[in-house]
Design a protein around this ligand. Structure first.
Ligand code: B12
Length: 481
């Protein structure tokens, strides 16, 4: 297909809304978004692509549809697109159907060629092109250098780049190999103020990209081929300084990392540097990372929620998850961490998952762990969601035989390629969802739970934040929707 060379823009990047089509199951843990709230976050992937491509001289704009609640309003906005290319970013299974709808509207109303990428659509690869006739290519991994190459190219070969999936004569072709990877230190500072309504959102700053761990349920290591790239502390702090000059000191800043401080020296230097900004900020790290090297500096720097994906208190389940080979050391480090955090003003939050193979004994071990670690102020319990191409997805038949687990394989989830799970012969999805609700209420202090949950939603001003917190409190702790 010919691209429209007369178009006003080279590329329009689109952030889809999540969950226009709501799931037909009880929402809990990571699946929990109250009826009255919408996820309101800028899309950092899109912002990074935008910033980089603009710095290379391309004309790019961003269409953020995350607050749209109906397909009809999205269609109206998409009709106005005047670009050679349109790139859609699908972060999670929650926005995938909505992304496909955006592709359909774009194909109907414009002449743009359409790509899709992001942490959900990327790893799906060929499946996306089987799901949609409207998408021309899937970019499986990081997008900056790949999009630059595509936008520069005038030939029909423009998609022949490692990590790109495209159609040729109705055949789906995946170009093998790892896509070129940008160095985070070489990226210009994110161009936040070009993001539509940027002051509505939680400011995001990337500390690192990628994950070196290999948890069997997670996709975080796929997008970067299990490599990690970290910004130098100086680069990170300079960018934060710039970001604070735009967003001010009232907002809570989210520092993006699969594991903050993988290089603990960097973790310490960044924490020391953050103090001078006088802001509140958060990130995530693992219980068994080298947090001893930076924890006191972190707690003295405005760090407000220590968010740990502990996942389980059961040694057997932790091993099955591939979370750690040494569960006793891992759980011991979590206890130590919680004790230290409890002496600060930060919230100690721990996330748990009901995993494949849970038995009454493993659940009891997790409950016992939390009871015996009262310094944990807030817990979140999620049922396992199985993502395409993760080890747990690929080995599911074996697990089914061994543990009696099953995926909820209805049309809704098949279309999203995102499967909730009945964890074992002992527990159904609904049972663990209900149990998760109860455990969250028993073991969380309300304010701490809400503080930790608020980063998914708008931070436009104090009034908005207050209202969101009230809605979260009502829907989580007062049994209203
Ligand atoms: C920040 C973040 C969020 C933010 C912002 C989301 C957003 N719109 O980007 C918030 C808090 C809102 C959020 C919400 C959720 N998230 Co989230 N989130 C993350 C996190 C921590 C970082 C992602 C990130 O921004 N990285 C930095 C940017 C620069 O990287 P990137 O997004 O990968 O973008 C690059 C490439 O993917 C690619 N790319 C991205 N878009 C596009 C588009 C095109 C056209 C191209 C070519 C390339 C491209 O190029 C980018 C630059 O190289 C990841 C985990 C992690 N550590 O990576 C989870 C993660 C993406 N989230 C996840 C989930 C499950 C959710 C929620 C469902 C959880 C919930 N209930 O709260 C919701 C759903 C949101 C939605 N819109 O669907 C899962 C997704 C798994 C899956 N396959 O579905 C992840 C992987 C965490 C995990 N391991 O489980 N999330």
């Amino acid at each position: 297909m010919m691209v429209n060379i007369m178009a006003s823009y080279d590329l329009t990047l689109i952030n889809p809304p999540a969950l226009i089509e709501r799931p037909p199951v009880e929402q809990s843990g990571t699946l929990f978004v109250p009826e009255k709230l919408r996820i309101t976050a800028m899309n950092p992937g899109i912002l990074s692509l935008f910033t980089y491509l603009k710095s290379k001289g391309f004309s790019v704009n961003i269409l953020d549809l995350s607050l749209d609640t109906e397909y009809s309003s999205m269609e109206k906005k998409i009709k106005n697109i005047d670009s050679r290319y349109v790139g859609i970013s699908s972060t999670s299974g929650f926005d995938y159907l909505e992304s496909l709808k955006i592709a359909e509207f774009t194909k109907t109303h414009t002449n743009a060629q359409i790509f899709i990428g992001g942490q959900h659509a990327g790893p799906l690869g060929e499946l996306v092109l089987m799901d949609s006739q409207n998408i021309d290519a899937v970019i499986k991994f990081e997008g900056e250098l790949v999009l630059e190459q595509i936008l520069k190219s005038n030939t029909d070969n423009k998609f022949k780049i490692p990590g790109v999936v495209y159609k040729e004569n109705n055949k789906i072709i995946t170009v093998p190999g790892k896509s070129p990877k940008i160095k985070l230190n070489d990226l210009p500072f994110l161009d936040y103020s070009s993001y539509p309504n940027y002051l509505k959102f939680v400011p995001f700053i990337e500390e690192s990209r990628g994950c070196v761990y290999g948890c069997n349920f997670c996709t975080s290591n796929t997008i970067n081929h299990r490599r990690i790239d970290m910004k130098s502390p100086k680069r990170f702090l300079d960018e934060t300084d710039y970001c604070v000059s735009l967003f001010g000191k009232e907002k809570a800043y989210a520092v993006l990392a699969s594991t903050y401080g993988v290089n603990p020296k960097f973790g310490k230097e960044i924490a020391l540097g953050m103090k001078k900004f006088g802001i509140k900020w958060n990130s995530e790290f693992r219980a068994d990372s080298e947090w001893e090297e930076f924890i006191y500096e972190l707690l003295d720097s405005g760090y407000e929620v220590v968010n740990i994906g502990l996942e389980s208190g059961s040694p057997d389940i932790l091993k099955l998850m591939g979370k750690t080979k040494n569960p006793y050391l891992y759980l011991g480090k979590m206890r130590k961490l919680a004790k230290i955090v409890s002496k600060s003003s930060a919230v100690m939050r721990s996330n748990f998952m009901f995993y494949i193979g849970e038995t009454p004994k493993t659940i009891q071990e997790t409950i016992k762990f939390i009871s015996q670690t009262p310094e944990i102020h807030s817990v979140q319990f999620s049922p396992l969601i199985v993502f395409n191409n993760t080890p747990v997805f690929n080995n599911f038949a074996k697990y089914r035989e061994e543990y009696g687990c099953d995926i909820i394989n209805t049309e809704y989830w098949q279309r999203r390629h995102f499967y909730p799970v009945h964890p074992s012969k002992y527990f159904s999805f609904d049972e663990v969802a209900t149990l998760g609700h109860v455990l969250e209420k028993i073991f969380s202090k309300e304010d701490a739970w809400i503080e930790a949950a608020k980063s998914l939603y708008s931070q436009e001003n104090k009034e908005v934040v207050k209202k969101i917190k009230e809605t979260l409190r009502e829907s989580r702790f007062r049994r209203s929707k």
